[in-house]
Design a protein around this ligand. Structure first.
Ligand SMILES: Nc1ncnc2c1ncn2[C@@H]1O[C@H](COP(=O)(O)OP(=O)(O)OP(=O)(O)O)[C@@H](O)[C@H]1O
Length: 219
């Protein structure tokens, strides 16, 4: 059981409060959705939870440990953010292998399994990343986020650039991640997909949560 607790979190960038007094508790085994117009703060919030940036004020705790104080990053996390930093001259498989070598807790079999799960077959996973289509890049990013079966899975717009088949695969992956007990945090502009997948949805406006719907909340 993993628990993420945000208490009075602010992020101020160049005098502007891009995240404004957010408090929420996110637990494993459910999908937490983030909704809001462009620039409302969804990506910022995900970057904060991932420890990629620190709050200006407030605390984020992962299982009671304060990010930026007790730990620098969540110990077990997979993230898909916009523009994943893969290397053009290596294949999809090689890129994932390099990523996996950071923690060194999975082997080729798990990498291949993740590639298969996102619909990248043996031939396309051996192609150089620079030859990848946008959809293939997106699929590789998702494979990178889930391959280590992390406790926390953060997916920022995972259905971007995907065809109908890819969207169905993402839905399947999100459900699977939830069922295996991960914390799943999902931002998606497609409201139907978010409604279908999320157990709880936080609506963001100008960096603040203006409404939360779902389990245990009034619509
Ligand atoms: N690197 C940065 N420096 C300064 N301001 C930033 C930076 N990144 C984001 N912002 C600002 O933070 C606010 C929140 O942006 P964020 O990217 O979190 O929105 P979003 O809800 O994810 O939008 P989108 O739906 O377009 O992905 C915006 O006002 C944006 O201009």
């Amino acid at each position: 059981m993993t628990k993420i607790e945000l208490e009075g979190v602010y992020k101020i960038v160049k005098g502007v409060s891009v995240i404004h007094d957010i408090s929420m508790t996110i637990t494993s085994g459910q999908v937490t959705g983030l909704r809001g117009v462009n620039g409302s703060g969804k990506t910022m919030l995900m970057r904060l939870i991932a420890g990629l940036i620190l709050p200006t004020k407030g605390t984020i705790k992962i299982d009671g440990k304060v990010l930026g104080k007790d730990i620098s990053f969540p110990e077990s996390i997979g993230i898909l953010l916009e523009n994943p930093a893969f290397l053009n001259r290596y294949s999809g498989f090689q890129n994932l292998r390099m990523l996996a070598s950071i923690r060194n807790n999975i082997g080729d079999a798990q990498i291949n399994h993740a590639l298969h799960t996102v619909g990248l077959d043996a031939i396309s996973s051996q192609k150089k990343y620079k030859k990848y289509s946008l959809g293939m890049k997106q699929r590789l990013g998702i494979a990178g986020a889930i391959m280590e079966q992390p406790e926390i899975v953060i997916l920022d717009e995972p259905t971007n650039s995907l065809d109908a088949n890819g969207v169905e695969q993402v839905k399947h992956i999100v459900r699977h991640e939830k069922e295996r007990g991960a914390v799943v945090i999902l931002a998606c502009h497609d409201t139907d997909i978010l409604d279908e997948l999320a157990d709880e949805i936080h609506y963001l406006e100008n960096g603040a949560v203006i409404q939360t719907t779902g389990r245990g909340h009034q619509a």
